[in-house]
Design a protein around this ligand. Structure first.
Ligand code: GDP
Ligand code: MG
Length: 162
């Protein structure tokens, strides 16, 4: 079986956009409205001659209640099934309660976790990424999934972590 990269995080942070970057095509559905991505869709990706599976997660209820429980379940599932976990956070919004709920679960992960500070579209936005140190999961990796900024470097790190 191929190594598995699970992309987790609360709705609207850019998980599906990042997954599309990883797989090099627009297969994952990107939507402004939370709850569009069905639970756990897998895609095959190729980077630097290595083939791996990328899992996009979603399946959220649009209501805010139950969000922390839902993300905890996603994180736990990722810990059981993935070889690398990418936790995506919206650096423009900053750390939310839901991000903290995910981080709390992932801090006890034996599977490597990479914290991605997404929506760092330019140098100016990089300041927002530093706040993600507070998740207690190591150095945040700033990218722009939308524009592709640092996406290749992130893929290198993901593959090195497998
Ligand atoms: P998901 O719910 O986590 O899968 O998020 P999506 O990938 O569906 O993206 C949610 C919204 O954020 C969409 O409108 C995307 O275009 C936008 N988005 C995703 N990545 C970026 C980024 O790097 N920069 C900016 N400015 N917007 C982004
Ligand atoms: Mg999505």
């Amino acid at each position: 079986p191929l190594p598995v990269v699970a992309v987790v995080g609360r709705p609207n942070v850019g998980k599906s956009t990042l997954v599309n970057r990883f797989i090099g095509r627009r297969a994952a559905v990107v939507q402004d409205i939370p709850g569009v991505t069905r639970d756990r869709i897998s895609y095959e990706a190729l980077w630097n001659g290595k083939t791996f599976t990328v899992v996009d997660t979603g399946g959220w209820e649009p209501k805010a209640s139950g969000m922390a429980a839902a993300i905890a379940r996603q994180a736990e599932y990722a810990m059981r099934t993935a070889d690398v976990i990418v936790l995506v956070v919206d650096a423009q919004v900053g750390v939310t309660e839901t991000d903290l709920a995910a981080a709390k679960v992932l801090r006890r992960s034996k599977t490597p976790v990479i914290v991605v500070a997404n929506k760092v579209d330019d140098e100016r936005a990089e300041a927002g990424a530093a706040e993600l140190w507070s998740l207690g999961l190591g150095e945040p990796f700033p990218v722009s999934a939308l524009h592709g900024r640092s996406a290749g470097d992130l893929l290198d790190l993901v593959l090195d972590s497998m």
